[in-house]
Ligand binder design. Structure first.
Ligand code: F6R
Length: 604
């Protein structure tokens, strides 16, 4: 996820910005840049790849803003590509004629604004949504000659989520800022009058004590020793532990990533879910022309997202869909025909088996799409089209937010193809879109729910095995729940289709066999209920997860009443993630770096 830093003061502004960006490296990025302004001298540096590339450029080409006792202003940014490739042109800060902007988030209406500004004579050099902000600012400034007014007019026109820092030669000693949706903090430096900005605490620690975490809708302007806010703000004291700050105060990256799912799925949907339709700029409608089958290939958690999607593609797009584990697919001598659309799913975009499967499909002449979290990764370079997850970097080895964003993207694709193929009624599409908009709410971690998982976890630290069971899309969810538990608790767990238990595994049932039953209200409730009753009759210990109370369970986790099974799916996902994490904590395991596992598996 992108990061922002800003500084006003009389220290070495470039050095401060670069050190600040280094503190944000843990969030992931693929390019970085800074812009500094001293009176009418404006300098900008951008580099693709690591911050040290940027640092080298700065050291070689500097003419201003490094010597102490000279006041300057500066803004910096690390970019995680969402609109446009990771190139220097697309890296922030973005330039108009005399102003620079850095931005986190997504400007949903950037296309309309770009068209309007292009007509007005503005020239764009990047593929990003961000560039419209600085042009819009200069468009209004050219009319009023008043920077504050121009900034206010600009932010009124922006739709989406954003935090922004803007500097301009027309007011060289100021930084204009705005926060709406993406985080932004402003802090008073320890030395006279200096002011710092950052998108999270880490760059501020040690340099400042007093901080304001801006609320949505708050904008303002800062100059040495002075910050004006558009609304009332609350000053607090900065935490002093950097690792704690990098984890946003959570105990583990995994925990942070579970909690931030509700926010990242908003980014995933942004600009793609519009009023009554789904739009993928990345896809040409013709990609589905002449296609009679979808084949999905992936590994691990991404495979589970693929399996979930296979139900949705058949149900909503009325198109045959098969899913294969990439390492199996590669050596089975698969029969591939050109009327098959090949979709690979991968958080990293580098998993060797999935990448090789994609190459095989390409060589056989199939059209392909990569659903991926890392732009410019190997899979995005091979596939015909890429849909980015926009989940930000995932640091916990056990995948969490990649799965939720993959499922959201694939569900949207199923709706998009259904509509394109004319097999989905407008009414049905409308209901599904309304449901999609409620996904962030279902992913929100309620404190009682977390506490319930924490308390229950103490009863599940032993036993001779876990069966996670579910039906339909809750079967891949059961597989995912079992995988999470295995990975970080090292306990044996299996995911199983609930209706299949009676064909063998039920022989294992006894009080030391733990059944985690996913019992959604809105998908085959009666069927799953009778499957769980069969297990209960054989004395398996049952933990039921459902919005409907179930008297035969030993433990029960109550989920919210909703009107759609996919909302139940996302809430149950959170329950399973928290449950595994709390078991792992009690067992004293390393939650973020479980034994024997790597985050990206680039070998066969
Ligand atoms: C599970 C997990 C792995 C990955 C798998 C595929 O928590 O992280 O199972 O899902 O190695 O990785 P990607 O999605 O990067 O292709």
């Amino acid at each position: 996820m992108c990061g922002i830093v800003g500084y006003i003061g009389n220290k070495n502004t470039k050095g401060i910005l670069i050190e600040g960006l280094k503190e944000l490296e843990y969030r992931g990025y693929d390019s970085a840049g800074i812009a500094v302004l001293q009176d009418d001298k404006l300098e900008v540096f951008k580099a693709v790849g690591k911050i040290k590339n940027l640092e080298e450029k700065v050291l070689q080409n500097t003419t201003c803003c490094v010597t102490p006792n000279e006041m300057s202003t500066g803004i910096g940014h690390t970019r995680w590509a969402t609109h446009g490739k990771p190139t220097e042109f697309n890296a922030h800060p973005h330039l108009g004629i005399y102003s620079y902007v850095v931005h986190n988030g997504i400007i949903e209406n950037y296309k309309e604004l770009k068209e309007e500004l292009t007509h007005a004579g503005h020239i764009f050099v990047s593929q990003t949504d961000t560039e419209v902000i600085v042009h819009l600012f200069e468009f209004y400034f050219n009319q009023s000659n008043d920077a504050q007014k121009a900034f206010d007019e600009t932010i009124k026109r922006l739709e989406g989520a954003y935090s922004i820092l803007l500097i301009t030669k027309s007011e060289p000693h100021k930084i204009f800022f705005m926060k709406h949706g993406s985080p932004l903090a402003v802090a008073k430096g320890n030395d006279d009058g200096e002011i710092y900005f950052a998108s999270s605490d880490a760059p501020l620690i040690g340099l400042a004590n007093d901080v304001v975490y801006l609320e949505d809708g708050v904008s303002g302007v800062a100059s040495v020793g002075n910050i004006e806010f558009s609304d009332e703000v609350k000053w607090t004291t900065l935490p002093q532990n950097k690792l704690f700050a990098q984890k946003d105060g959570y105990r583990f990256f995994m925990e942070k990533e579970i909690y931030e799912q509700k926010d990242v799925v908003i980014d995933t949907m942004m600009g793609r879910l519009k009023n009554d339709e789904i739009n993928f700029d990345e896809l040409d409608k013709s990609i589905i022309e002449g296609i009679n089958e979808i084949k999905i290939c992936a590994c691990g958690t991404s495979y589970h997202a693929g399996l979930t999607a296979s139900y949705l593609f058949e149900r909503l797009s009325k198109i045959r869909c098969t899913v294969e584990i990439a390492s199996e697919f590669r050596y089975k001598e698969p029969l591939l025909s050109k009327d098959t659309l090949f979709i690979v799913i991968s958080q990293s975009g580098e998993t060797a088996d999935t990448l090789e499967a994609l190459k095989m499909a390409k060589n056989a002449g199939l059209k392909s799409i990569a659903v991926c979290n890392v732009d410019n990764s190997s899979m995005t370079r091979v596939a015909d089209a890429t849909i980015l997850l926009r989940a930000g970097i995932e640091k916990g080895v056990a995948s969490t937010k990649a799965f939720s964003t993959q499922t959201v993207v694939l569900w949207m694709m199923a709706l998009y193809f259904g509509k394109t193929r004319n097999v989905l009624s407008t009414e049905k599409l409308k209901t599904e879109l309304q449901t999609l908009k409620n996904v962030p709410n279902s992913l929100k971690v309620e404190s009682q729910l977390h506490e319930k998982c924490r308390r229950l976890s103490k009863r599940y630290l032993h036993g001779h095995g876990f069966f996670f069971i579910g039906r339909d899309v809750f079967y891949p969810l059961a597989l995912e729940g079992a995988l999470k538990l295995k990975e970080i608790s090292y306990l044996h767990a299996e995911g199983y289709p609930a209706g299949e238990m009676k064909h063998g595994p039920i022989a294992l049932a006894d009080p030391e066999l733990f059944t985690i039953a996913l019992m959604p209200q809105h998908l085959h409730y009666d069927k799953i209920k009778s499957n769980v009753e069969e297990l209960s009759a054989r004395d398996s210990t049952i933990c039921a997860i459902s919005p409907i109370s179930f008297e035969l369970s030993d433990d029960f986790i109550l989920t919210a009443e909703t009107n759609h099974y996919m909302l139940e799916f996302f809430e149950m996902l959170v329950v399973l993630q928290l449950f595994s994490m709390e078991i792992s904590v009690r067992l004293g395991n390393d939650v973020d770096m479980p034994r024997n596992l790597a985050k990206s598996v680039t070998v066969e």
